[in-house]
Design a protein around this ligand. Sequence first.
Ligand code: NAP
Length: 518
Amino acid sequence: MILKSYIASEWVAGAGEGRPLVNPVNGQVLATASAEGLDVEKGLAYARVNGVQALAQLSFAQRGALLKSIAGVLVGNRDKYIETARLNSGNTAVDASIDIDGGIGTLKYYAFLGSKLGDAKFFNETSRDQLTKEPIFCSQHFLTSRPGVGVQINAFNFPSWGMWEKAAVALLSGVPSFAKPATSTALLSYEMMHDVISADIVPNGVLSLLCGSGEGLFTGLSPMDSIAFTGSAATANMLRTNNNIVAANLRMNIEADSVNATILGPDVTVGSALFNLALKETVKALSIKAGQLCTNIRRVFVCKKLLPDFEAALSEKIAALVVGDPSDAATRVGPLINVAQQKEALSNIATLKTETTFVASAPLPSGLAENSSFVAPTLLRSADPANADNVHKIEVFGPCVTLLAYDNLDQAIELTARAEGALALSLFSDDPVAQMQVTQSLAPWHGRVLIVDQAVGKNHTGHSIVMPQSVHGGPGRAGGGEELGGLRGMQFHMQRSAIQGSTHVLDRMQQLSCQLQL
Ligand code: NAP
């Protein structure tokens, strides 16, 4: 099978052999993708004219209805997608659901927001300032859709969620989406887009898909276009300095890698509810999507006196994890997505081992195919994290977690920040002082902070799960981006302008627009 791209309302195939998409259980080639020779510039121009015009005619509510119908098509084909995620991403049913239902849920959430925003097409901010002596002349801020294309480049670990969470926010904002999935897992993105386009519910130019290399994406960009990138810090840095991107002075949102952490507060005791909740969350970090989540816990800070018990309980759970072919219902941990990722993860684990102690790992199944890409869930311990470096810097994009011993909360906070900016932090603690201290000191280093106390108990969405209501992104190393967060994400696609005029003009504009209520 050759994956085609959907450009200028046509399905077109790139030239050449293309890159293979494989089944990570056995290395079998499932499809190839190539963008060679495709007229991407023409596709961007087409979306900039047709997609922008089509969305400009729709109110927020109508755009929301469009998102709802896209979600409806995807729901109708969900079983097929679960199977594709198993084949091309090595996903268990749980892994696949996070990606597929996560994408559909985000579309539905933005559809709902659109319905609430009603007939308006742009936002107003309520406050108004009188600029002259006479009260007739004022300034008020409005946010209007930027007439450009949202170029949306995604990482391999979320071929569904990554594509739809970006498209949902862009489309509701009135901006067409030009999606570029990571090649290695693009089969799911391709199938989903193909089904949506075949359903004939989306106006021309509103959705485009580029399968294969994204190198052609950066010529012919207009200042109203934007780039939303998710992937490694290395690729992000390359994009930041790309001459065409710099010349066009585009808006760019970057979601990159990060070394996320969780802290067990000093008040957590052996066998307590918080102890067990933190244990559960850490096991998830070692099993779900085989650790291939950008928000995954990589470092677990535990105070010195609690560490032996936490380590023992965790080791027991790890030994019981079933690693294997995701087509087997008993499997909890599937493979990484390909041999290249397996090699990188193993090499990073080896580097971490130079300054940590190996604690435990889950057994790998016997009789693995030569080209399979499994990595055994691995637990490491850093007894002296203050004098370690790599453990705070290297993201093993796989099932590996390090326990880090701390003396007191101040030290745990200082060490957590050594990741230099991350996507998600969690704290397990009932102590209000610890909760405040961690929030004040570490929220600036993170896009999201989950605080689990006994009142919340099991009733939370998890350290790693990104909810569309909350912002997703992180400062520094994590890229400095900010996506989702309800209406907050839409501001990326809209221009805030100060409109200066008479109160009559501003009144009329206000009536036609909808208040930006964050
Ligand atoms: P990657 O190698 O940086 O690739 C990301 C995307 O960039 C892919 O679609 C890739 O396309 C594309 N790309 C690479 N070079 C390009 C170029 N010259 N021009 C245009 N596009 C280019 O990252 P990955 O290996 O897919 O993803 C793993 C990383 O993503 C991990 O480090 C993880 O932490 C991070 N991640 C972050 C988040 C977040 O929200 N912050 C979410 C998920 C993953 P090809 O596949 O065709 O090369």
